[in-house]
Each structure stands twice: as C-alpha cells, then as structure tokens.
Design a protein around this ligand. Structure first.
Ligand SMILES: Nc1ncnc2c1ncn2[C@@H]1O[C@H](COP(=O)(O)OP(=O)(O)OP(=O)(O)O)[C@@H](O)[C@H]1O
Length: 282
C-alpha cells in the first residue's frame, strides 16, 4: 500500500496520528465533503465510502460523480499538491568581460521579483553610474582580506589587479526566503564555483554573437585603457574555450538584450520543472 494511502487509512480508523508527519495526511476536498448527504443506514454509517452507483457521465452532477468515484476507489481525492514547490536555484552567470553580464542581470531583476542578485564585494574603484550596495560593495583591500580570513566568502579572486568575492551570508538569507540566487562571476570564478557547488547550481555562459561585437561593446563602455582593453580581449579568447564546462550558453546579441534575458528566464523555468531538483546548501 502506498505510504500516503496507508497514512490516510490510519487517520480514517482513528489511530493516534501525532507521531506521523502532518504533511503525509492528504487534505480532503472540502467541496465534496461539505456537500455529502448524511448517511442513514447502519452499513453507510460504518463505512466512510458507501457504495454509490456511478452516474451517467453526461448527466451527472459533478460533486455526485466525484463522490461516487471516490466511493468506488474507496479513498478520497487529495487536494495536496502532486509535486512539492521547486527548490530555490543558484544561477551562476559568467562570460567574458564586456559581454553584458551586468546588463542581463539588471534586466532579469526587472522581469522577476523573486530573483536575488548577490552583490559582490570588490576592491576595484567605483565606475560612473555604479551604486554602492547595488552593483557592488566597494571595500578597501584590508576589509576584503579580513572577510577572507573569517571565511565569509563563498569564492574570491584577484581579477585584473582587484579582489572580487561573494559573501555567503546574502545567499543563505535570500535562499531561506525562497528566492532564486544569481551569482555574477568571471570565467575563472565560475570554475572555482563549479568545484565548490558542483551540479547543485546552474552555470550559464553568456557570449556575444561574435568577437567583433564583444570588442565594440568594451570600447563603447569607455571604462578601459588601451592596455586593459588588450588584456580583456586576449582573456576573452581563452575564456570562450571554457563553454563546455557550463550547463547553458546564452547569446547576448547586439541590441537584443531583452532576448538574452528572456532566454535566462526560460532556463530558470526549465530548471524549476526538473524532476530531480538541484539542491544547493551554502
Ligand atoms: N545586447 C546588448 N546590446 C548592446 N549593448 C549591450 C548589450 N548587452 C550589454 N551591452 C552593453 O555592453 C557594455 C558591457 O556590458 P556589461 O558591463 O553588462 O558587461 P559585463 O559582462 O558585466 O562586463 P565586466 O565583466 O567587464 O564587468 C555595457 O555598456 C552594456 O550596456
């Protein structure tokens, strides 16, 4: 006998249930039970599912029909959800510098309220338009080293001469609220996170449609010097070779930011529909 049916039978025969987990007892369908006529015969009183002839389907009143079906199957139809709510996800969004990681994440936050972008701590200087606590936590090098010392970071790295790291506390806090978590890391960071989180997180690699567009985007952003531009382009060439280590690749084509963001949303939806859910614990 399936476990759920066994629990239900125990409840029916008034055996003491407190030791059993409450969630294991199916909820009865109130619509059906409220409208049940009172049993009159002794046999009917002895049975909670007296035999009721199944009425003709075309003419039957829906409640009567369901009651008759319950009776013939000798159990009530449960209103418990068939599958539990999906687990919160950890999404790791990575890709070469300038590909549009920040831009996609910003859009994603517009589309979905239940996504929390974990704000990375960094020692790099603030760029024009960036907001403390929203884009990054801008901290001094000494503060960052202190966070490393106290094991407060899930992952950290020295990127182009500046430290970047992911605070663990934020992830725990928002996952416990049922939010999906978005981590934004460079490709080197994604490799580290893969070692730490394995298959418990979803790894997405963002690319431009071609190298020329990526370079254009970096130049347009006007945040780079000639030297850093060269380093970023050379690094991007190497990073693209890592696509195979990711679960998904999303093309963020020129002028198609919304399409790329919708694709990330579709990935989230698909992950939520997985039979074997990923379960991350930090
Ligand atoms: N689909 C797109 N079409 C046109 N421009 C875009 C697109 N996506 C992003 N951009 C622009 O490209 C530039 C780089 O994007 P963004 O800063 O989000 O990249 P990033 O991957 O976060 O870079 P980094 O890793 O260097 O911080 C920004 O000026 C952004 O507005």
């Amino acid at each position: 006998m399936p476990f759920r049916r066994l629990c239900f039978s125990l409840a029916r025969s008034a055996i003491n249930l407190p030791a059993l987990h409450k969630a294991a007892v199916p909820k009865l369908n109130p619509a059906l039970h409220l409208r049940r006529p009172k049993h009159t015969s002794t046999a009917a009183r002895m049975s909670r599912h007296p035999s009721v002839p199944i009425p003709a389907l075309e003419k039957a009143d829906r409640v009567e029909l369901l009651r008759a079906l319950e009776a013939s199957l000798k159990c009530s139809f449960s209103t418990e959800p068939i599958v539990p709510p999906p687990s919160p996800l950890i999404l790791v969004i990575s890709g070469p510098s300038g590909v549009g990681k920040d831009a996609v994440i910003r859009k994603l936050q517009e589309f979905r309220q239940d996504v929390h972008f974990v704000v990375t701590a960094t020692t790099r200087p603030m760029r024009p338009g960036e907001v403390e606590g929203k884009d990054y936590y801008f901290v001094k090098k000494e503060e960052f080293l202190d966070m490393i010392e106290k094991n407060e970071l899930l992952e950290y790295a020295l990127v182009y001469g500046d430290y970047k790291g992911i605070p663990k506390r934020q992830i725990r806090e928002f996952m416990s609220k049922g939010c999906d978590i978005v981590l934004r890391v460079d490709v080197q960071g994604a490799a580290t996170l893969k070692r730490i989180l394995g298959d418990s997180a979803v790894f997405i690699f963002l690319v431009a449609e071609n190298e020329l567009e990526l370079v254009n985007r970096l130049v347009e952003r006007k945040t780079e010097t000639k030297e850093t531009l060269q380093v970023r382009i050379a690094t991007a060439r190497e990073e693209v070779k890592c696509i195979r280590d990711f679960d998904y690749v999303v093309v963020n084509a020129q002028g198609k930011l919304e399409n790329a963001t919708r694709m990330v949303e579709a990935i989230i939806d698909a992950e939520k529909a997985r039979v074997r859910q990923r379960t991350a614990s930090i």
